[in-house]
Design a protein around this ligand. Sequence first.
Ligand code: GDP
Length: 298
Amino acid sequence: DKYLQGLDKSRRSFGDRIRALSNNFHGIDDDLLEELMVILLEGDVGIQTAQKIVDSFEEHSNELKNFDSMEDYFIYILYEFYDDVPEEYIHFNPDGPTVILMVGVNGSGKTTTSAKLLQLYQSLGKKVAVAAADTFRAGAIDQIDTWAQRIGVPCIKGKPGQDPSSVLVDACRYAKENDIDILIGDTAGRLQNKKNLMKELEKMTRVIGREIEGAPQEVWLVLDATTGQNGISQAQVFLDATHVTGIVLTKMDGTAKGGVVLSIHDMLHLPVRFLGLGEKPEDLRPFDVASYIMGMTK
Ligand code: GDP
């Protein structure tokens, strides 16, 4: 299964080590807790989150006897840790186009993820379009336009350097006139200047809301999993700048740092919507906790 394959690297460094620990298990003591902590940290779970998981592992130790192995008990602890918030569904606009705005730093995978989402929603029978509103990165417009042509969906684009908001206005109008179900907005993410970034994001969401009531329904922050904990501090800038509703974690296939999902959940309090598991348009999977935890461990 692609989901599990995509997590191969993480599983090898995380799951295999937990299993080895479990095979030599002879009781919960300080050495074991320390070893667990190291495995979690090296999987990029982050110090605060790792500590919470280890504490919970220790606190619930009277339940250990109900499991076949320490490994299975640990997996149960991970589930418990993750499952404490109800799943939040994606908001789709019942009376017109749903706008999903993609935000994140350059290179995180926004354009690739936009292409993947176009392909996914089109395959689900939705009428989709994309706004090439990353007018700053050289080649971004051509990149998404090429994907759109290949997938066979309309791409609304401006000129390099054009105000991204004006591209989004054009795209919203196109979406309304052509009964588009889902409009994906691919934006630029220059972190160098936080004030400009905030202003630009604020303007983009404002003009979209003026064209389509309640839009953008979703603002997804694209994070590169290979950047691990650094990605989380980057994320904070975007959370301060705009109303982010979910996370897409890309390049999960290229990293052993898959544990970062656990700290995103714990630190950012935002649902992970999708995982990027490769460079091709089909390499995108809706996130679900069970597949994720299994992918990381078994
Ligand atoms: P943007 O600047 O945020 O639009 O980033 P791009 O979409 O151009 O992606 C940057 C690079 O990351 C490209 O080479 C993509 O092919 C690659 N990439 C994006 N998502 C994934 C993924 O899930 N897995 C892998 N292995 N590469 C990815």
